[in-house]
Design a binder for this molecule. Sequence first.
Ligand code: G3I
Length: 335
Amino acid sequence: RNLTSISEVYKDYFMIGNAVSTSDFAGDRLTLLKGHHNLVTAENAMKPDSAYNNRHFDFNAEDMFVQMALDEGLAVHGHVLVWHQQSPEWLWADDAGESLAREDALVNLRTHIETTVAHFGDSVISWDVVNEAMNDNPPNPEDWQGSLRQSGWLQAIGPDYIEESFRIAKDVIDQNGWDIKLYYNDYNDDNQQKAEAIYQMVKEINENYAAENDGELLIDGIGMQGHYNINTNPENVRLSLEKFASLGVEVGVTELDVTSGSDGEQTEEELNQQAYLYARLFQIYRDNHEHISRITFWGLDDGSSWRSDQSPLLFDRNMQAKPAYYAVINPDEFL
Ligand code: G3I
């Protein structure tokens, strides 16, 4: 107890977030959440699946989540509007699983984004507008359209579903005069082929929009999810970060965790290797802080992580600080 607060240490650099669910807003979990973070992402509660009940919008569960966060003084990042997972397939396909006609899918895309963005308004500070649209390790990343994942949205609409999604969201925000940042979010962000494809996509979409809109950006930020492991080369993370920042967008580290060990066990060496990578990453983040909006960890403790068996977080199953926590608090001393 009485641990140095992560968000306090980095208050002049970037916000510190975590991915949580409504059950985290009580007891020791809430203490840990509020003690070290100033921002939350819903780990699952604000995904497209959760916005509907029998094809009708139903935001009850999401509203509860957002209200709990705001009541605790935590900012909320919206995750996610357009994704190939945890989304109702009828948005892009018919009952037989065949792609909808482009115009029909576009209507669904528009209705989904407009309604959701308008509903939450400026109770969120930012949205992941499109999530994980890019293939892993694309062989020809200069051709970003050819590097896109074969998703239901892509099949029904074509590559411009991405630009359309951002335009729809931005129109709602601008009409209401809100200040909400719009993000493209993806994983394996340390892979240079994938980073290049994302870079080309954001560059082209933003240049097109800027030409019509006095240089304004359409995509405000790129989310580097940061689902790493102890063999991740931090220099690749730095390269991707610098590449994205060179586009003039902000970078969010949106889902950070570092796997190490197996079956929920970590040797002392694995604990230290994990801490070492966290320390290197936080040096890189701090060096580039003027480009970084926030660092969000994907879970409070190893026990509740989506990769629980590989103990990827700063706090163990008993919510005790691991070497990785101390590495984040003071990377220079750790290294
Ligand atoms: O809520 C149901 C429950 O009713 C049911 O009994 C149970 C049985 O399997 O499943 C529960 O849903 C699970 C859900 O998490 C909530 O716990 C799903 O099966 C499970 O697939 C889902 O996993 C989530 C995953 O996204 C789905 O793609 C993880 O918690 C969540 O951490 C993970 O988060 C993603 C980000 O959104 C995007 N980037 C990658 C990241 C990690 O995969």
